[in-house]
Each structure stands twice: as C-alpha cells, then as structure tokens.
Design a protein. Structure first.
Ligand SMILES: Nc1ncnc2c1ncn2[C@@H]1O[C@H](COP(=O)(O)OP(=O)(O)O)[C@@H](O)[C@H]1O
Ligand SMILES: [Mg+2]
Length: 555
C-alpha cells in the first residue's frame, strides 16, 4: 500500500515511489476532482515522476494553471492550514499542427505531428473505423510500411491507390478526383480506398499526420526525461472529436513505443476518462475505447514506474475493464441517484455509505475504496494555481509571460507550402500519367492505321501477282493448244517437254483451253443471233420510239 492516509493535519496523504498506482477519482462536477488530481500530480512530481497530461477536456488549458500561483482565498487558506508552500511548475504545452491555429498571438505551444509511418493497427483501426483484422487495415499498414521517410499523406494515399488500381482493369480510363486527394476513384475501384480517403480528409485541415522526417515529430527522449516540467497535451484548435481523441490514443501509443527512453518513472493523467472509454460506445468510439484500454493495460503491467491518475464525473460511464485496472478508487459526492445505487450495489455498501456518496459532511472529502471504515479522506490542494471558472489561461499567461506570446502564422505558411508541394508532386505525377496514357492511346491508334494501310497495299500486290500468274497460265495454255493445232500428232508428253510442263498439265491445259474457246464461241453465236434480229427490225420513221403505237416486231 503506497497511499497513506493520516487524519492528523499536515500529513494528509502520500504516494509511494515504488509501487505503480492507477488512481480513479469519481465525483460530481464542481466537487473538486481537478484540485485533487493536481495535488496528486504534485506529489508524483515531487517523487521524480515525469507528469504527462494527455488531454484537456474543456480546451481551457486547465492543467496549465500549474505555472501560476494560487490567488483564491479558499485555496490560499487551505495551503496555509496544511502548511504547504506555494510552488509553481514549469508546463510545456503541446498542440498538434492544424491550419486552424489562429494568426494572432497565443501562448507558446510546442506544435507537433505524428509520423504516418509509425501509425499502427490500433491507430488505423480508429481512423478507418475498421476492425483490426480487416482487409482495410492490411492495406493501410502495408501502405504505411512502404512509405518513404519524407512522404506524407498524399503519397500515402496514392500508394494505396496503386495497390488497389494495379489489380483493376482499364486503369488509364479513371480520372483523378481533386476533391479526394486527386485519387482515381470510381465505383469499380475498391470501396476501401474511397472510404479510407474520406476518413483522411479531415487531416488536410488538421495536418498533423506527417512524414517521418518532419521537424514537428515529438522528441520522446527529451519529453520522458525532462522531469522539471509537466507535459500538457491539448487539442484546443482541433474541432473534430474523433481527431481530438485520435491524438490521445496516438500519444499513448508513442509513450508505449518510447518507454525504454524513460529513465524516470512517469505519471499519466487523463481527465474525464469516461469520454475515451465509455461504458456504452458507438461508432469510432468503440475502436478508440478498445485501443485505449489495451494501451492502459500495457502500461499498467509494464512492471516499471508508470502510474496513472484518472477522473470522471460519473462512475457508471467508465468502461468496466478500465475501472477494474484502477488500483485506488476515491469516491466523492456523486450527482446521479442511479450512479450511487449501482456503485453501492457493486461495492456492497450499506445505507450509511450510500448516504455519504450523496452528501459528505466535509467538503473535498472522499471515500477511499478498501478503507471505508476510516473517515472519508479530505483531499489537499495543489501549491500552484487552479483554473477557477472565471479565469482565462490566455489572459493569465499574457500577464505573466508577455514575451512568450507567439504567432503561428509563419509556421502555417510553411506547412501550407509543404502541403502544396506534396499536392503538386502528385498533380505532376497525374499529369505525367495522363499524358503517357494519351500518348499511348495515340500511338496505338497510329499503329492500327499503319497496319491497315500495309494490309491494303499487300492485298493489292498479291492481286496483281495473281493476275500476272493468271495471264502467264493463259498464255501457256494458248501455246499448248496452238502447238497441238499445228501438229495434232504430237504427244502431250512431247509438247510438255518443249514447254517445261508435265504431260498431265498439258492435257488439262488443252481441255481447259478448248472449253474456254467453246464457251467464247457459244457467246459469239448468241450475240450474232441478237445482232441479226436487231438489224432486221425496221423502226417506222414518223412514229415515236416509245409510245402506244410502237409495235414490237414479230418473231
Ligand atoms: N473547499 C473549497 N472552498 C471553496 N471553493 C471550493 C472548494 N473546493 C472547490 N471549490 C471550488 O470548486 C471549483 C471546482 O473545483 P474543480 O476541482 O475544478 O472541480 P471538478 O474538477 O470536480 O469539476 C473550484 O474551482 C473552486 O472554485
Ligand atoms: Mg475537473
């Protein structure tokens, strides 16, 4: 047991260095959970843990108030009472790159991105809302594996396109779609590509899936070992909930991937964990919850100093297996009767305990699960400032560190250029491809034409040859016949010898020629007859050639 409670003043609670704790804090909104989380962070930090705050639920940089001193009377009174010194912390604020960053000056954030090449099954599963073992995930993983060091989202999608279209027919016919990363998508290409591309569309605006060699990559070696400051991750300027949550998951993945760099124990903080791993989830949340749960359990079981602090307004809303990974649970006042009822039932609390969950005698006090026999434990406050409802982090920051206010206009322009460069590269590629396909088509058409011409020429030639051959044959036949006429006694063999023909051919020629002559003669006779008839017919002079009075000659 590394959390010790003592009811005497000044020794409220302490956390142990050697044991891993996953601490769950449950209480209604406004009860003081964040104050509690902040003082636990302070404790862990004092023990040399690196504090990593993975989310910023209200986009208000709430945990960033650790950089400022407390000002509220209730807060200062409390610190005085427990004899805790006022103490501020260094906080490094991290934000993923997005074109949505304002042009005006804001507090200095560390703008970062994730490497597309590094994304794993969990992350792709969340982005594409597909089960981990699906074809889509295989496609995505394969494409990210083959991505070059300096290739980004365009190359990534076009890599997938090549895989998908490579196996389809008629690829040159497909037109690139400028609205979808210039991809060639038709109903006949895999539905997967279209879906994947549309899931990646928001990353055009929130441009933080970057090439491996991007200078915006997080330096985990530095982050994990710099225990002099808190690392606070916010997604204030990312609007899409799915993308916000994707960042949290990706950060968890990166921590797991880089944990070996950590020479110090780390403490992970997730506020309102019910949003990430809700008890009932739909759509992409299912993939997110699964992945977060898995990663938390990996960290939980790592066997080296990884602790966690998690809070939630509602106990019921946090996914069961996540709750069961918590090693310490603190319950303050809960808002809903249903929550109190279910929790009491699960922990076999009697009436007096349920009543406490409804109303605590002392403000900021919590029941510690397993120590219900003792009085509820009163949480202590952080030595640094807290985000009071009327405070604004930006105003506070500007007041304290005017010189550290910064504009990201330049960075945005630089990223815009990078984005356009990538887009142009792809456009160039498409132009080249289309030109090539056009040239190929023209070439094929030309080839076809040439082939047709050649065929024509050839058939003309062969006709001429045939005609020539026919003529020669006719002449030979004539010659054979003439010789036979001149010397009827001459044998076919002798005639053949003279003309270089064999006697059968001579015989055939003679017969054929005779046949032709006979046919000719017959025709001549017919013509003669007709001529005769015509010449003997008298046409009357005065009468019109064609008319009623025209008489056909008799005969
Ligand atoms: N003991 C107290 N005395 C006076 N005000 C308090 C006390 N505890 C908490 N508060 C007020 O309640 C607010 C809510 O605290 P917070 O930790 O943000 O709650 P939660 O995270 O549970 O919503 C604080 O900002 C503070 O103004
Ligand atoms: Mg809170």
């Amino acid at each position: 047991m590394s959390i010790k409670i003592a009811n005497e003043i000044n020794t409220y609670l302490s956390v142990g260095k050697d044991e891993q704790e996953f601490i769950g804090i449950f209480a209604k909104s406004g009860y003081g959970k964040s104050l509690f989380v902040e003082s636990l962070m302070e404790e862990y930090s004092r023990l040399g843990f690196k504090i990593i705050i993975l989310n910023d639920v209200k986009d208000s940089i709430e945990m960033g108030f650790a950089m400022f001193k407390p000002r509220k009377k209730y807060h200062l009174d409390h610190l005085r009472k427990i004899g805790k010194p006022i103490e501020t912390k260094k906080v490094k604020i991290f934000h993923p790159f997005t074109f949505n960053l304002p042009n005006s000056k804001i507090p200095d954030f560390n703008i970062y991105g994730f490497s597309l090449k590094n994304l794993n099954r969990n992350e792709w599963s969340l982005i594409s809302e597909s089960p981990q073992e699906s074809e889509t995930i295989r496609l995505l993983l394969n494409a990210s594996n083959h991505l070059g060091k300096s290739e980004g989202i365009y190359s990534f999608l076009h890599g997938i396109e090549e895989t998908v279209i490579g196996i389809k027919k008629g690829k040159s016919e497909l037109k690139a779609n400028p609205k979808l990363f210039h991809l060639r998508i038709t109903p006949s290409t895999a539905k997967g590509l279209q879906e994947v591309a549309s899931y990646l569309l928001p990353f055009q605006r929130d441009y933080f899936l970057l090439p491996e060699d991007s200078e915006l990559q997080l330096d985990w070696k530095e982050i994990l070992n710099d225990t002099s400051s808190y690392a606070l991750f916010t997604t204030k300027y990312i609007k899409d909930d799915k993308l916000k949550q994707f960042c949290i998951l990706s950060l968890l993945e990166e921590i797991v991937r880089n944990i070996d760099y950590a020479k110090k124990p780390i403490c992970i903080v997730i506020n309102e964990i019910r949003f990430l791993t809700p008890e009932r989830c739909r759509g992409f949340q299912e993939f997110l919850a699964n992945a977060i749960r898995k990663r938390l359990s990996v960290l939980r079981n790592m066997g080296r100093g990884v602790s966690g602090i998690f809070d939630s307004q509602v106990w019921l809303d946090v996914e069961q297996s996540v709750k069961s990974s918590f090693t310490k649970n603190f319950f303050g006042e809960l808002a809903s009767a249903n929550d109190i009822e279910k929790l009491s039932k699960a922990l076999k609390y009697r009436r007096d305990m349920s009543d406490k969950l409804k109303h605590m005698d002392v403000r900021n006090s919590y029941i510690l699960q397993g120590y219900e026999d003792e009085d509820p434990f009163v949480c202590w406050f952080p030595g640094h400032g807290h985000n009071e409802p009327e405070f604004s982090f930006y105003d506070e920051f500007k007041k304290h560190f005017p010189e550290r206010m910064k504009s990201y206009k330049g960075l945005k322009e630089k990223m815009k250029k990078k984005f356009s460069e990538e887009e142009n590269k792809v456009k160039e590629k498409i132009k080249r491809r289309e030109r090539k396909s056009r040239e190929e088509k023209e070439r094929l058409a030309k080839e076809k034409e040439e082939r047709a011409d050649k065929n024509n020429e050839q058939s003309e030639k062969s006709e001429q040859i045939n005609q020539l051959k026919g003529k020669l044959k006719e002449e030979k036949m004539k010659r054979v016949w003439e010789i036979k006429q001149e010397n009827p006694k001459l044998s076919n063999r002798k005639i053949g010898l003279e003309l270089g023909l064999n006697h059968v051919t001579v015989k055939n020629y003679l017969e054929k020629y005779q046949e032709n002559l006979d046919k000719e003669k017959e025709g001549e006779e017919k013509v003669d007859f007709e001529d005769k008839v015509l010449s003997e017919t008298k046409v009357p002079d005065e009468k019109p050639l064609l008319g009623e009075d025209f008489e056909l000659p008799e005969g």
